[in-house]
Design a protein around this ligand. Structure first.
Ligand code: GTP
Length: 556
């Protein structure tokens, strides 16, 4: 395939507007998959993706299409739609020259439509606007065309009206891809320049790097080097993705495919890295911003004997999801574990679900928190900043786009759900990092008989400390079993106690009911008590069952 007959493109859309369905149709039309395959949403490979009906990880497929006597090679790079994964979108786009922008004919422009449009626009890609689901009863493509014109400055007659579900007009989309999206600008005669835009880990074959060739060619036996790590490799296999790996003799400039070169860890195939021939060094392509975790949570094995298994599961899963950050951590209550950073709450849930489904792990995940920078001053009294309105734009008479500056912890937990229910599901939401802001935050400690419980200390807005402290004390009172002495459960800010509950003394005699009779029953009960003790953590003189922490820490 000469470079002029190659097109590299992505489909971008708001969640549920029909990307995956359109991708399926394109794969069918081009014969990449057969129509009879009841194999819906071929690009959504993960179980969690099929179950939740969302795309988490970008996938790539090469399609072969003949138009007006010319054979074209179309490389389709799928992208996820949810806010949490916009990082995946931007790296997919770096391998493309154009995008299909899908908008639902009923819902119209939504938050991620806008966010994704700007990612493509800033990357100077050709944009093909497509209005999907015209088969729906209350579809209003005309209104959506007007929105697109108003917001993106794209003339209404450029929009293609389709039904991805029924296949209506999908062929027109393919023809527009060929007409409007330019072929990649590069040359096979140039030295090899391969951009790593994704990487996955295969247990048997090691790292599989997805690459876009911006120059030269690559084949088995070539000796290559990474611009980022300066490590050298010999290529074992190259090929295209259809969407499964299909080995080929070579990959040429302009193509998108995969390569395997004996890399043992995904960190060796860093996303955004440039690979070149060892003997022909080149100027590396501009890299990516690395993913920035926004939400942090502690992860611990339910049973400490599972620590090593969980460790290796985490290692393998993060090989396939390099946007998760992992740091070792330990807690008095929960034992050895990790502190993980995620792109957002859905990302965290999906990661947890993958651990359970793909690695059969059951874990304790602590309540998510957001990063803070603390400047320690004696008062710690810094000016408060709430949501500030930044911008407001009417998209049409029914829809308005609002921009606000929010403290991240306010939106991270249940903002999205609250917004959805408030607007009866009509509002959609997207966010980007606006940097650190000063706020009136304080550290709240929880004390058991005067001793602080490290894992229950929280950073919280001063307005909310009293209510939160009271709630935590009440919950602890319910979960900590009574002991031989009275226990004071307190919430404190510095030296000031803001809430208190008292747990009365109680003596539990496990053998009291046995009348000293049956010796085996007596032994059994004593053993059970000893086992129970093992699951206790001592905070000062107070014994707290691990369970109590889990119940207090876990999100509802
Ligand atoms: P993410 O992968 O989560 O970003 O979603 P997506 O944009 O890939 O959406 P998907 O293709 O999964 O479609 C979402 C829903 O819309 C599914 O239930 C589809 O069956 C439905 N759908 C997609 N295209 C059409 C269409 O043309 N008409 C109708 N009526 N429904 C459609």
């Amino acid at each position: 395939y000469p470079v002029e007959s190659i097109r590299n493109f992505s489909i971008i859309a708001h969640v549920d507007h029909g990307k995956s369905t359109l991708a399926d149709r394109l794969l069918e039309i081009t014969g990449t998959i057969s129509k009879t395959d009841c194999n819906k949403q071929v690009l959504d490979k993960l179980q969690v993706e099929r179950e939740r009906g969302i795309t988490v990880k970008a996938q790539t497929a090469s399609l072969f299409y003949s138009h007006e006597g010319i054979n074209y090679l179309l490389n389709l790079i799928d992208t996820p739609g949810h806010v949490d994964f916009s990082y995946e979108v931007s790296r997919s786009l770096s391998a493309c020259q154009g995008v299909i922008l899908v908008v639902d004919a009923n819902e119209g422009i939504q938050a991620q439509t806008v966010a994704n449009f700007y990612l493509a626009f800033e990357a100077q890609l050709s944009i093909i606007p497509v209005i999907n689901k015209i088969d729906l009863k209350n579809a209003d493509p005309e209104r959506v065309e007007k929105q697109i014109e108003k917001l993106f400055d794209i003339p209404t007659d450029e929009c293609i009206r389709i039904s991805a579900k029924q296949g209506t007009n999908v062929e027109t989309v393919l023809q527009k891809v060929i007409e409007k999206i330019p072929p990649p600008r590069c040359n096979t005669a140039d030295p090899l320049k391969a951009l790593v835009f994704d990487s996955t880990f295969d247990h048997y074959r090691g790292v599989i790097a997805n690459v876009a060739l911006f120059g030269g060619e690559i084949a088995k036996g070539h000796k290559i080097m990474s611009a980022h790590t300066k490590k050298r490799y010999e290529v074992n296999e190259v090929g295209i993705l259809t969407p499964n790996e299909q080995p080929t003799h070579k990959l040429y400039a302009g193509q998108v495919g995969y390569l395997i070169a004996g890399m043992k860890e995904v960190t060796e195939a860093q996303i955004g890295d440039t690979l070149f021939l060892y003997k022909q060094p080149v100027e590396p392509l501009p890299g990516f911003k690395s993913a920035k975790p926004m939400v942090f949570a502690g992860m611990y094995p339910v049973d400490q004997t599972e620590y090593n298994n969980l460790k290796s599961a985490l290692e393998r899963l993060t090989l396939n999801d390099s946007s998760v950050t992992v740091h070792r951590d330990s807690s008095l209550a929960l034992g050895a574990g990790w502190r993980l950073g995620f792109l957002g709450l859905l990302h965290m849930e999906v990661f947890n679900q993958r651990l359970e489904q793909e690695y059969n792990m059951s874990v304790i995940l602590t309540a998510p928190t957001v990063p803070y920078k603390a400047i320690l001053s004696s008062a710690k009294l810094i000016k408060d900043r709430r949501a500030v309105q930044k911008d407001m734009l009417y998209i049409d008479e029914n829809r308005v786009m609002l921009k606000y500056l929010f403290p991240l912890n306010e939106i991270v937990v249940d903002f999205y759900d609250a917004l959805k229910s408030l607007s009866s599901g009509y509002a959609s939401f997207d966010y980007e990092d606006a940097g650190y802001q000063s706020a009136d935050l304080i550290k709240m400690d929880i004390l058991l008989n005067g001793n602080p419980v490290e894992e229950l200390a929280t950073i919280i807005h001063s307005d909310k400390a009293y209510a939160a402290g009271k709630l935590l004390c009440e919950r602890l009172k319910e979960t900590i079993p009574r002991q031989l002495f009275e226990i004071a459960i307190q919430a404190a800010i510095g030296k000031k106690i803001i809430a208190r509950e008292t747990l009365k003394a109680y003596r539990k005699n496990v053998v009291a009911k046995c009348y000293g009779g049956d010796i085996t029953r007596r032994m059994k009960l004593l053993k059970r008590q000893a086992e129970g003790k093992r699951l206790m953590r001592k905070i000062g003189n107070v014994e707290v069952p691990r369970d109590a922490f889990i119940r207090v820490l876990k999100r509802e």
